[in-house]
Design a protein around this ligand. Structure first.
Ligand code: ATP
Ligand code: MG
Length: 206
């Protein structure tokens, strides 16, 4: 299975997301994929700040970036990239993949990790043919979203089952706004960062 060790090519996972906030569903998905695909490293890439997502304001890129750093700091195989945060405008997966490759050099095979919901969206809205030249795609199960194969090209997309964690960033934000706990849905440092920066208290931001 493993080719990385013998030919010097690094196997790099790329996990893009809004991460508003990052939660244990994201971390478990990345960890499972890293194990199954024998990845050397997974780089988390918080998106740039879209004008709005699902009719709500997205938190500042810097807060989402810092939460991603805090949540991944203890894992030596996890890292965080600023490529999307630092690029102005909407985030497109092809730009993410090109910039990550520029950052890591040519000796990497890229595995783009997404949940089933995001995979379906990306392949509908962006040029799939172009994306498949830049990375192998890995779609993870996610509670409430079915994995299905919408005529995916052979060898370009793998679908894997990860332990189902019914956690979403939306639910975490709603809980904070309602004064409900988010302990154990997100890493401890994220609970503390959200309190310290007073994130998600305002219903309009949820
Ligand atoms: P929101 O509720 O605001 O949409 P989210 O929880 O979906 O947030 P995103 O930042 O949108 O989080 O997701 C980043 C990536 O992580 C996407 O590919 C998404 O499908 C995946 N993902 C999110 N939550 C889970 C989960 N519980 N299990 C597996 N994958 C997940
Ligand atoms: Mg989402």
């Amino acid at each position: 299975m493993r080719s990385g060790a013998s030919n010097g090519i690094k196997r790099l996972g790329v996990m893009g997301g809004t991460f508003d906030p990052i939660h244990h569903g994201h971390l478990v998905a990345a960890s499972e994929v890293a194990h199954h695909f024998d990845l050397d490293e997974v780089v988390f890439v918080p998106t740039g700040r879209p004008y709005q997502k699902n009719d709500r304001e997205v938190s500042r890129a810097e807060d989402r970036y810092l939460m991603t750093v805090i949540a991944t700091a203890s894992n030596p195989r996890f890292s965080v990239s600023r490529v999307d945060v630092d690029r102005p405008g909407e985030t497109y997966t092809k730009d993410t993949l090109r910039d990550v490759r520029a950052e890591y050099g040519d000796d990497v095979d890229i595995y783009f990790i997404t949940g089933a919901d995001a995979l379906a969206q990306i392949l509908t809205w962006q040029d799939a043919e172009e994306l498949f030249e830049l990375a192998h795609f890995i779609g993870c199960t996610r509670p409430g979203h079915h994995l299905h194969d919408p005529g995916l090209p052979e060898g370009k997309v793998s679908l894997i089952e990860v332990p189902a964690l019914a956690i979403s960033s939306s639910e975490c934000r709603e809980r904070v706004a309602a004064g409900e706990p988010i302990w154990y849905l997100v890493p401890d440092g994220i609970v503390q960062y959200i309190n310290k920066r007073n994130l998600y208290r305002d219903e309009a931001m949820v």
